[in-house]
Design a binder for this molecule. Structure first.
Ligand code: GLC
Length: 712
């Protein structure tokens, strides 16, 4: 029935036709996703024969072999292959490794983030795969959490905008095009807000807070047509998301109209028994997960036999299974999987020059300059530079998580594949162009060091005009189940910094890290500070170009830097009311704030105008400095009096503008009343009448913002 030309049969008709031919075993098998790297080849082939709907972490010929078996099965329903290609097709060592989401978020560039996803989709599809478990829409508000690098930072507006861009990049104009793949908005919902930053623990948020802060990025993902959503490990106020029918079925489907399919995260169903203790056994858990609205079950393969038995024993209505299978088949038909079970992609695109050039562009716009006592860009009369530090020549630290070094299993022996440029290699390249000599010393490891290392570093620095010190964290300190209670830079790195600082030479500190670390003393004493979150293949080149002035940095922080772990949370859009407004032992303000970042030029804002009738705002932005530069115009708002507490400021729009020296650009935005809304205790999103303040400028610092009051 599905051999006919599919253009003339509506997808839903094809779904019903096929569903009507499937027996119970085939239906439940369609809900199963098997982790290829965790089963034997024979088991994998058996699952393909049984009609498993999906596999993850299988590449190339192994995937093609499984697909052939599936197509030859009774109903020949093709398998959908998923993979974690979350900043490039990272599990393939020849692929283009882009900056991490957190690094890319520093660019505040929707188009570049979309282009990164489009290039990634092309490379994943060329490997014959159909689906990436990306983007992450969790918010990075508690930086003790191990997966901050995978987020777009702390703000729901920025995360929603960049997440929707990424989804458009992955899915392109149509799901069935050779170079598009399915996106997966994850982890639904609130996973990053777990208490204490403890991965997959309870998220003590109310449904109101969930709707106001954590749901907006997923609403934008659904509006962008995201084909799949991943159900988070954690729980909302004591109810595991996996078992939360209101959150999964009623909000996502009934309210937001999501019509793709929901996949659980890794072994969520068993976690209901073993970690969350809301199910007595896998039978109970499987029934709960199916009724709550999970369509595809990642790795909990026990679900198969148990669920068939539940239906046969009359303990689970087959209608629930039919609904899940419909959701899966609808996407398989929409993406043309039956006509084209093997994705073609664009042969030759993996790691191609076009993608590498795009990668450099994004890496450059991901660099954030946070301090500069006028020592950058380097003076022309410099003749020697000491490049020192554990992350100066550390491609693993620069790549970060979810690359071929770390997944699907940690691979410390894996050799890095060229091309890439660490900070040291970038410095060598730029120094050569400028006839400058480089002295390199490791100085210490991230977590330990020795006097000998320090002495070698100090003596190298003594011989040079300028010191570039590259510090940060390493892969072992970041990722799933790698939360940190203490975000302070390791003692040995601080000591290395102090030894070099005592030389009283110009000192540039570069932080190559997966997240904001506590660098209070270093930020105070260094002459310049550059933040380069996991920058991918060319993060090091972008740092070097910034130091030499070949690049005018334009990155803005998508996440705040705490002074101390005890200061957390420090996200900018928290609620007011703190008696005393600060800890007894720490200032109130974080070390660096959301939206902050310096340029080698300067920008001025003027003529802020707001038209209440059309809810439109205009502002003039001028480049008042000596070099061309990119400025990110940020717009925040405050609801002056609201029925429920609302943040002192909330990002509501942003736009990046490229301004030549002395150029002035009039930037305008038009809003809807709903942009100024809040969520009531009754969980309704409303815009209340009254006074509002609009703030426009170059960061979330009050001093950087022009304000204008208006009435709705
Ligand atoms: C992991 C992660 C999820 C990932 C999935 C498949 O445990 O939580 O983000 O996509 O399993 O690898």
């Amino acid at each position: 029935m599905y051999e006919m030309d599919h253009n003339f049969i509506p997808v839903n008709t094809r779904v019903e036709n096929l569903l009507g031919c499937m027996n119970l075993q085939e239906k439940v098998a369609q809900m199963i996703q098997i982790p290829y790297s965790k089963v034997s080849k024979k088991e994998a082939l058996d699952w393909a024969k049984r009609g498993a709907g999906s596999f993850l972490h299988v590449l190339g010929d192994n995937a093609r072999e499984l697909q052939k078996v599936a197509i030859e099965s009774r109903l020949g329903i093709p398998i959908i292959f998923g993979i974690d290609a979350i900043h490039g097709h990272g599990l393939n060592e020849n692929a283009t490794i882009f900056p991490s989401q957190l690094a890319a978020a520093c660019s505040w560039n929707r188009e570049l983030v979309e282009a990164m996803a489009q290039a990634t989709a092309c490379e994943v599809a060329t490997d014959g795969l159909h689906w990436t478990f990306s983007p992450v829409l969790c918010l990075g508000r508690d930086t003790r959490w191990g997966r901050i690098d995978e987020t777009f930072g702390e703000d729901q507006y920025l995360a929603g905008e960049l997440g929707a861009s990424m989804i458009r990049g992955y899915q392109g104009e149509s799901l069935d095009s050779d170079e598009s793949i399915l996106a997966c908005a994850k982890h639904y919902i609130g996973y990053g807000e777990a208490v204490g930053g403890r991965d997959s623990c309870d998220t003590e948020i109310t449904l109101r807070k969930m709707r106001e802060v954590f749901l907006p990025p997923f609403e934008k993902a659904i509006k962008a047509g995201c084909a799949t959503i991943m159900c988070a490990y954690g729980s909302i106020d004591g109810t595991p998301v996996t078992a939360n029918e209101k959150v999964l079925r009623h909000i996502l489907r009934d309210e937001l109209g999501f019509d793709g399919f929901i996949v659980t995260d890794w072994d969520n169903v068993n976690n209901l028994v073993t970690l969350q203790h809301v199910a007595a056994d896998i039978r109970d858990a499987s029934r709960m997960a199916a009724i709550a609205g999970n369509d595809m079950i990642m790795t909990s393969s026990e679900f198969y036999a148990v669920t068939i038995k539940l239906v046969e024993d009359g303990l689970l209505d087959e209608k629930v299974i039919n609904e899940a299978v419909r959701n899966i088949l609808r996407i398989k038909y929409r993406m043309g999987l039956f006509e084209k079970p093997y994705k073609k992609g664009r042969p030759g695109c993996i790691g191609c020059m076009e993608h590498l050039e795009l990668n450099k562009k994004l890496a450059r716009e991901s660099i954030v300059l946070l301090k500069n006592n006028d020592i950058l860009p380097l003076e022309k009369n410099i003749s020697s530079i000491a490049v020192i530090g554990p992350n100066a020549d550390n491609i693993r630290a620069q790549y970060g998580d979810w690359t071929y070094f770390t997944h699907p299993d940690p691979n410390p022996e894996q050799m890095p594949i060229k091309p890439y440029l660490t900070v040291l290699e970038g410095m060598y390249e730029l120094a050569k162009e400028n006839g400058i000599s480089i002295e390199y010393q490791h100085g210490c490891e991230i977590m330990h060091g020795s006097e000998v290392d320090f002495e070698a570093a100090v003596s190298a620095a003594r011989k040079c005009d300028v010191i570039v010190l590259v510090l940060g964290d390493m892969i072992d300190q970041t990722g799933e189940a790698k939360d940190r209670a203490d975000l302070a830079l390791s003692r040995v790195q601080v000591e290395l910094f102090e030894r070099l600082r005592n030389l009283n030479k110009p000192l540039v500190t570069v932080l190559v890290a997966s997240k904001p670390l506590c660098i209070d003393s270093i930020a105070k004493d260094t002459d310049a500070l550059i933040v380069a979150f996991n920058g991918g293949m060319f993060g090091g080149l972008a740092v070097a170009e910034t130091i030499f002035g070949k690049l005018n940095p334009s990155g803005r922080l998508p996440i705040s830097f705490p002074r101390h772990s005890g200061q957390l949370p420090v996200y900018y859009n928290g609620l007011s009311g703190w008696h005393g407004g600060k800890y007894m032992d720490l200032p109130a303000a974080p070390l660096f704030v959301f939206g902050e970042g310096k340029s080698y030029t300067s920008f001025a804002y003027s003529n802020l105008r707001f038209k209440e009738k059309s809810l439109s705002v205009t502002v003039d932005v001028s480049n008042t400095g000596k070099v061309d530069g990119l400025e990110t115009v940020q717009i925040y708002f405050r609801d002056c009096v609201s029925s429920v507490m609302t943040p002192y400021k909330q990002l509501i729009a942003f736009e990046k503008v490229n301004l030549k020296v002395k150029e002035t650009r009039r930037v305008s935005f038009t809003f809807n009343r709903s942009d100024f809304s809040l969520v009531t205790p009754g969980e309704n999103r409303v815009t209340e009448p009254g006074e509002f303040i609009l703030m426009v400028g170059s960061s979330s610092y009050d001093d950087d913002l022009l304000q204008i009051k208006f009435v709705l």
